[in-house]
Ligand binder design. Structure first.
Ligand SMILES: *Cc1c(COP(=O)(O)O)cnc(C)c1O
Length: 345
């Protein structure tokens, strides 16, 4: 079957997650998260993050982000984020809806990465009763432009957020790619750098469906189970959301798949950047390549059947899923080379 660069979600379920899913299908088990699988994955997550975190499983990233943000603020608060953030552009107002009206305040730093200065500016811009009071900062890791926050960068934002009384949320739809690329521990990239809540992406890293909401400050998860239930996010057969995580987290399977995806993005990025007229829009630090292609090359690639989007700042976005093959990357590069303008030297 043909592979594409349109989205990491085009890929299927990785074999390790699928076999854990099939194992969990042996007979009856308690419902609504009272099963052995869910307990085991939760314990496994605590070991992975080296702390006693609270973990909840929901169906998708929009629910994970918006319910996590709603648990961090009241309706009259605001959430500081990047203007390209998924919570702003791709969640149909769910963060505002589930928080009963909290406002998103945006900054535009490149490449899709917030800075402490952004946070300070948006907090200090106004402090009167007429302005929605800033309460949360949300970071996307890896960012919507395929770049990363280092633990030091997260720590600096967290320090600034804390100084102003703000909480720190992380949209980790591609957290696996970030951990694999930076080679640091999941703890160093989250709570040790000041993250209060992580939405740990499962779907894009190769699960059939589902994301985990991980609360490092357990006081913040009070009543979160009820919030999930009300939002239609409490799975009755929770074991089928939970079990695939076990297959994924065993023996660093998740990091191996993510490292492979990152390496394929690097191969694609290097190959494209070497062609005349091609300009990388952002450094390739995880599994996505963001690039301005000559119009004829872009049209030619699409005409040859390649799928990719341009919905983030107009750049061509080429995502490498966990299963993308080197041969697929090389075929796209060969097509791009044929379609490249003759170089003028
Ligand atoms: C894919 C993605 C999500 C999750 O999206 P859903 O379609 O709701 O699962 C969240 N954040 C980012 C940055 C994403 O790329």
């Amino acid at each position: 079957m043909s592979q594409h660069f349109a989205s990491d979600n085009y890929a299927g379920i990785c074999p390790e997650a699928l076999s854990a899913l099939l194992e969990a299908n042996a007979g009856h088990a308690p419902s609504y998260g009272e099963d052995d699988w869910t307990h085991r994955v939760t314990d496994r997550m605590r070991a992975l993050f080296e702390t006693e975190c609270d973990v909840y499983f929901v169906f998708n990233g929009t629910a994970a982000n918006s319910l996590a943000l709603a648990s961090l603020c009241q309706s009259y608060h605001s959430v500081i984020c990047h203007e390209l953030a998924h919570v702003v552009t791709d969640e149909c107002g769910a963060p505002e809806f589930f928080s009963n009206g909290a406002k998103l305040l945006t900054a535009a730093s490149e490449p899709a990465r917030l800075t402490p200065a952004d946070v300070t500016r948006l907090v200090k811009w106004r402090d009167d009763i007429h302005y929605p009071k800033p309460k949360v900062v949300t970071l996307t890791q890896a960012t919507e432009m395929g770049t990363l926050y280092t633990p030091a960068q997260i720590g600096a934002i967290s320090e600034c957020a804390r100084a102003h009384g703000l909480r720190l949320h992380m949209d980790g739809a591609r957290f696996a790619n970030a951990v694999a690329a930076l080679g640091v521990s999941p703890a160093d990239l989250t709570w040790r750098a000041g993250v209060d809540v992580l939405c740990f992406g499962g779907t894009k890293m190769g699960l059939p469906v589902g994301e985990a909401v991980v609360f490092f400050d357990r006081r913040l998860s009070e009543d979160f189970a009820w919030r999930c239930k009300q939002a239609g996010q409490l799975a009755s057969k929770m074991r089928f959301l939970a079990a695939p995580w076990l297959g994924m987290l065993e023996d660093d399977v998740w990091l191996r798949h993510a490292a492979h995806a990152n390496a394929m993005a690097r191969r694609l990025s290097d190959g494209l950047a070497a062609l005349p007229g091609v300009q990388l829009r952002a450094p390739t630090e995880a599994n996505g390549v963001f690039v301005d292609l000559p119009a004829a090359m872009e049209a030619g690639l699409r005409a040859r059947g390649w799928c990719f989007y341009n919905f983030i700042a107009g750049a061509a976005r080429l995502m490498c899923a966990w299963d993308i093959q080197a041969e697929t990357v090389d075929r796209l590069l060969a097509d791009a080379r044929e379609l490249a303008p003759a170089s003028v030297s």
